[in-house]
Design a protein around this ligand. Structure first.
Ligand code: HEC
Ligand code: HEC
Length: 320
């Protein structure tokens, strides 16, 4: 089971870092009084007295431990899932390519079709908090929010200093969408052969320990602890792009057809439901064609928005 070797060291590094940061905090208790004048307020009695890049990194990498539903302090249970941000933003967002966070900071503030207005990085982080993590919004000025923002800004600064060999994504050729309806049954065959070994025969992943605060060794692809139905990963083309680029982890070698079908199989399952999704995209012509929930500014059936073929929908909007 060589994948265990490739996954565990990262987690162990995470844990020892966590231990290191707790030790540092204990040592730092004496100086805590001195930093009482910080502006951001803790979301609760968190061990961190002031925001830092390092705390932001921990929040993104060890989200379940730092603010998941298994957190000992109920006030710190912001995420509704025991997944980590890094379950999708691989290597804590430091890996160039699909869902990398290296260049994110320079893209904000920007217009969000989903929200119908200009949104900044904190709004975007809360977008993933409430959808991908099925959780609550972090208060905008909390130590947690400010730290995640500092971490993402710091990645951008690092990116500027990286050589070309480091910024070139080591990914397979970009996903090319097949012009057909996705085949859920064919997707199940791919899942059984290529995904089940890690994500489990029921797609529910594998927790590190019986304590959900320890997070997942392999995150769930659907079900009650997965991303909710308003998350970007529920869009077939977004999921297929990610899966072709990144999965199976360490050996991303699926064809376009396999990635398309297995993404459809994954997203054909039940997951947490988010309320008020009909309020997304106040201007429906901004809605992505693969958004899986209605309403739409066109007459194509929901099924076609969920599973394709997408080319006819794209044509319709092209000719508007
Ligand atoms: C289930 C997978 C998943 C998880 C878990 C997840 N995200 Fe995301 N994230 C996405 C997807 C998909 C996008 C959208 C990419 C796109 O627009 O095509 C995204 C986008 C983002 C962006 C904007 C990136 C950019 O360059 O515009 C930020 C910032 C972000 N996520 C932060 C977070 C944080 C912080 C967490 C944890 C609290 C998190 N995400 C958890 C899937 C995920
Ligand atoms: C070798 C083990 C392994 C295999 C095989 C594998 N994955 Fe993953 N997958 C992971 C791990 C681990 C993560 C979380 C990322 C991390 O921790 O670096 C992940 C994350 C994901 C995510 C985002 C997080 C979530 O749970 O939604 C999706 C989607 C996903 N995998 C889909 C697939 C699909 C589809 C396949 C089969 C084509 C597959 N994976 C095969 C290990 C694996």
């Amino acid at each position: 089971m060589s994948y265990l070797n490739s996954t565990q060291p990262a987690k162990q590094r995470g844990l020892s870092l966590l231990a290191a940061s707790i030790t540092a905090t204990v040592i730092g208790v004496g100086v805590m009084a001195a930093v009482i004048a910080f502006t951001p307020v803790p979301a609760s009695d968190s061990v961190n007295a002031e925001p830092s890049v390092e705390y932001g990194r921990l929040l993104v990498r060890e989200t379940a431990a730092m603010m998941g539903p298994g957190h000992a302090d109920p006030a710190m249970r912001f995420s509704g899932s025991s997944m980590d941000c890094a379950s999708c933003h691989l290597d804590t967002g430091t890996e160039p390519g699909t869902l990398s966070l290296l260049q994110t900071d320079s893209a904000y503030p920007r217009f969000s079709g989903r929200d119908g207005g200009i949104r900044d990085l904190r709004d975007r982080i809360n977008g993933c908090m409430t959808r991908s993590m099925n959780g609550k919004e972090l208060p905008r000025d909390s130590i947690e929010m400010v730290s995640i923002e500092m971490y993402i800004k710091n990645l951008n600064q690092q990116y500027a200093l990286m050589g070309e060999s480091k910024t070139t994504p080591a990914e397979p050729a970009q996903f090319n969408e097949p012009n057909r309806r996705a085949d859920i049954d064919a997707g199940e065959v791919v899942f059984r052969e290529r995904c089940q070994v890690c994500h489990g025969d029921d797609g529910q992943g594998l927790l590190q320990t019986t304590n959900p605060a320890d997070g997942y060794l392999f995150p769930p692809l659907w079900g009650p602890d997965s991303f909710n139905n308003g998350a970007g990963m529920t869009r077939l083309l977004t999921a297929a792009r990610f899966i072709k680029a990144r999965m199976p982890l360490g050996q991303p070698d699926l064809t376009d057809d396999e990635a398309y079908d297995v993404a459809a199989f994954m997203n054909s399952h039940e997951r947490p439901q988010r309320e008020n999704l009909e309020l997304d995209y106040p201007d429906l012509t901004n809605k992505p064609i693969d958004s899986p929930y209605p309403p739409y500014a066109d007459e194509f059936p929901v099924d076609q928005h969920r599973y394709g073929p997408f080319e006819p929908i794209r044509d319709y909007y092209r000719n508007l």
